[in-house]
Design a protein around this ligand. Structure first.
Ligand code: GLA
Ligand code: ZN
Length: 673
């Protein structure tokens, strides 16, 4: 992805939902708001292709020219997330069969079978025609394929494709029987054709984890194939133009490390709920940056105000969109893009905010705030586009692990991967220690500390690589319910946590699941400046035996009172910690404090609690983002400086007042490494 030289600012635009006489007014308002990029025509396939043999691109030609005349670039979307009704009717293989086994009728969007031959043929054809027509259009800045992939299908085409996929993966039926442990409940097969999709018609999606795990992998691959089916023709026409898609903020459905490997730049849609902890939003941004090894990404959508699909659609408070926008840039986004630019007149999204509200003019709170952000993005110029975000701490995240863990029947239905990972992340993020989110395949040697909460599923070689990393001087922080199964959800025998036993210096005999509301306590064996306790713990309690590690804390209650629940192990030149239970935030915060000091990790700037700071580096120059999440003003110390505040141009040093909810973007006047 070439450095965009500016923060992309704008978003989804649906001019085909409006009479053309409004387009001129749109241009005036876009310019006023600082819009420099619009995404279209995401859902306009029916308008672009009225029937099988006819296409009508004339209106799209006109709007692209108009945008270009107004100095606005285009993120050109293939419209394949919503196929025309005639297509579904004539080629019903396009319509998916849902998990309950029901053949869906035409409607909504992303309502496709990802293995449908007709869908593949028609979507490739419209992509090819768009590439032919617009590859030299001066407004074209990037390609956006379809919208928020994520359909699972259970139709006959998918079933056949699943069998082929399994054949490629396992080669022989015997190997599949072994890997799926089909001897359990008589699942043994003798012919590939005996495999059926794990829908609710047979309930294997609840009762048979090995098949479900592979189905999720297969559906990821099928959705990626749909993306590549179009991306290939776009790339052939315009090798220099990046191709991406916008991934849903509901990130569980598709393995996004795999998905983004096919994309030139990561794109995602950021729709936090008002109840989300700010660490969750920060984590998702860091995850997006991590998907392509630290490369900057695009925030392709966020709402400039109210949403419509939350149960309660709280207005974004004054300053909130600005704070969320700069938080995105602070974590690695090269864009601030909205859904959408003009608010719909009808349909399910008529109460979803837009840059241009139903009032139709610029005198609205939302427009004013967006125009301010647009002007500020322009002032930032290319100071941070494409910048890197150096980090010494890496947190591992893996989709197979996520799926397998939550598919597991027992020990507790309340076990959840994402919130647990975010809880560990938060302990470091709240101290403004930069964290990279890494795949299991990352080079661990670039880090001082690896955090691997709930590493339930062990991929081949990963435990060995982690063990070597610690032996050579690295540090590991991991949690309960780790190291249990292999890639096919088969338990690693010989005592938990499988391949991590040596590096952790423990073994786990059993895991107790606590009833809702029940708790145990963690008593610190030798309280120090960091760990005082007691701390509350709940959900799961591993019953741990020491094999070289020492106990930092023991359980306070129950028949396993006195058994270790937090351990530390010196291993080779490094150290490994194991948190054997779901500890309260305070324990993780205190433990993080201890580890941070032991490792000499530093925040980019010391600031009061509730102020977020990130550091980005471009061409040897540091840019610090300082974001207040506080309800009151506070004071921060910038040191002798001076630093240039890029949004205002002010030179700042020493003690500075930071108003509630405000943002500073500070460029060092000196160079860093
Ligand atoms: C999704 C879609 C958009 C729009 C928004 C509304 O992210 O990609 O088309 O529907 O939600 O929040
Ligand atoms: Zn299907």
């Amino acid at each position: 992805m070439p450095d965009p030289k500016q923060i992309y600012y704008g978003g989804d635009y649906n001019p085909d939902q409006w009479p053309e006489n409004i387009w001129q007014e749109d241009m005036r308002l876009f310019r006023l708001a600082g819009v420099n990029l619009v995404t279209l025509p995401v859902f306009s396939w029916a308008k672009l292709q009225p029937d099988e043999d006819h296409y009508d691109f004339t209106w799209l030609d006109r709007i692209l020219d108009l945008l270009h005349e107004n100095g606005i670039a285009v993120c050109l979307a293939t419209p394949t997330a919503a196929q025309p009704a005639w297509m579904s009717r004539r080629y019903p293989d396009i319509l998916p069969v849902d998990e309950q086994g029901r053949k869906r009728t035409h409607g909504k969007r992303v309502n496709i079978c990802p293995n449908s031959p007709s869908f593949r043929r028609f979507s490739r054809e419209i992509a090819r025609r768009m590439a032919d027509r617009y590859s030299r259009h001066p407004a074209l800045a990037m390609w956006h394929v379809a919208n928020e992939y994520g359909t699972y299908c259970y139709c006959e085409n998918c079933e056949a494709a699943f069998r082929t996929w399994l054949r490629n993966r396992y080669k022989t039926v015997d190997e599949l029987n072994d890997r799926w442990n089909t001897a359990f409940w008589g699942h043994t097969i003798y012919e590939w054709d005996e495999i059926v999709v794990p829908s609710e018609r047979n309930d294997d999606n609840k009762w048979y984890q090995p098949i479900m795990l592979d189905y999720l992998r297969f559906m990821t691959d099928a959705n990626i194939a749909c993306f590549n089916n179009e991306a290939d023709v776009l790339r052939a026409a315009t090798p220099e133009i990046p191709v991406m898609t916008n991934m849903s903020g509901f990130i569980k459905k598709i393995d996004q490390f795999k998905m983004t490997a096919s994309m030139d730049i990561v794109g995602w849609d950021n729709y936090p709920s008002p109840k989300d902890d700010r660490s969750l939003i920060a984590f998702k941004h860091d995850l997006m940056r991590g998907l392509k090894g630290g490369q900057s990404y695009l925030m392709v959508e966020q709402s400039p105000g109210q949403q419509n699909w939350q149960p309660y659609n709280v207005l974004k408070r004054p300053g909130e969109v600005r704070r969320l926008s700069f938080q995105a840039i602070a974590h690695g986004s090269d864009s601030v893009l909205y859904f959408q630019l003009r608010q719909s007149v009808a349909g399910v999204e008529k109460f979803h905010a837009a840059l241009i509200a139903h009032a139709g003019h610029e005198e609205t709170r939302v427009f004013r705030e967006c125009a301010r952000i647009g002007a500020e993005c322009r002032r930032l110029g290319d100071a941070v586009t494409g910048a890197r975000s150096p980090a010494r701490v890496g947190i591992l995240f893996d989709w197979d692990n996520w799926w397998a863990l939550e598919l597991s029947s027992g020990p507790s239905r309340d076990l959840q991967y994402l919130p647990t990972v975010v809880q560990y992340y938060k302990a470091f993020h709240e101290r403004n220690i930069p964290v990279d989110v890494l795949p299991y395949s990352a080079d661990f040697n670039n880090y001082d500390l690896l955090i691997t909460p709930l590493m339930y599923l062990q991929k081949p070689g990963v435990a060995d690589r982690i063990t070597r990393f610690v032996r050579d001087g690295g540090h590991l922080l991991t949690s309960f319910f780790s190291g249990l199964v292999d890639e096919n959800d088969r338990v690693i025998l010989g005592g938990y946590p499988g391949g991590l036993r040596d590096v952790l210096g423990i073994w786990v005999e059993e895991t107790d699941a606590l009833l809702p509301g029940a708790a145990n306590s963690m008593r610190i064996v030798a309280p120090d400046d960091y760990l005082q306790g007691p701390y509350r713990c709940s959900l799961l309690c591993d019953l741990v035996h020491l094999r070289g590690a020492r106990a930092l804390a023991v359980y306070g209650e129950d028949f396993y009172a006195g058994m270790p629940c937090l351990t530390e192990h010196d291993f080779g030149r490094g150290k490994a910690w194991y948190v054997a239970t779901a500890a309260e935030d305070r324990l993780l915060a205190d433990l993080a404090g201890k580890i941070i000091d032991q490792l000499g990790l530093k925040a980019p700037l010391e600031v009061p609690q509730g102020v977020e700071v990130t550091r980005r580096v471009k061409e040897g120059r540091d840019v610090l983002f300082v974001i207040s999440h506080l309800m009151d003003e506070t004071t921060i110390d910038l040191g002798p400086g001076p630093r240039t505040e890029l949004l205002t141009g002010a030179q700042l040093r020493g003690s500075v007042t930071l108003p509630a909810g405000d943002v500073l973007v500070l460029q060092n006047t000196r160079n860093s490494q």
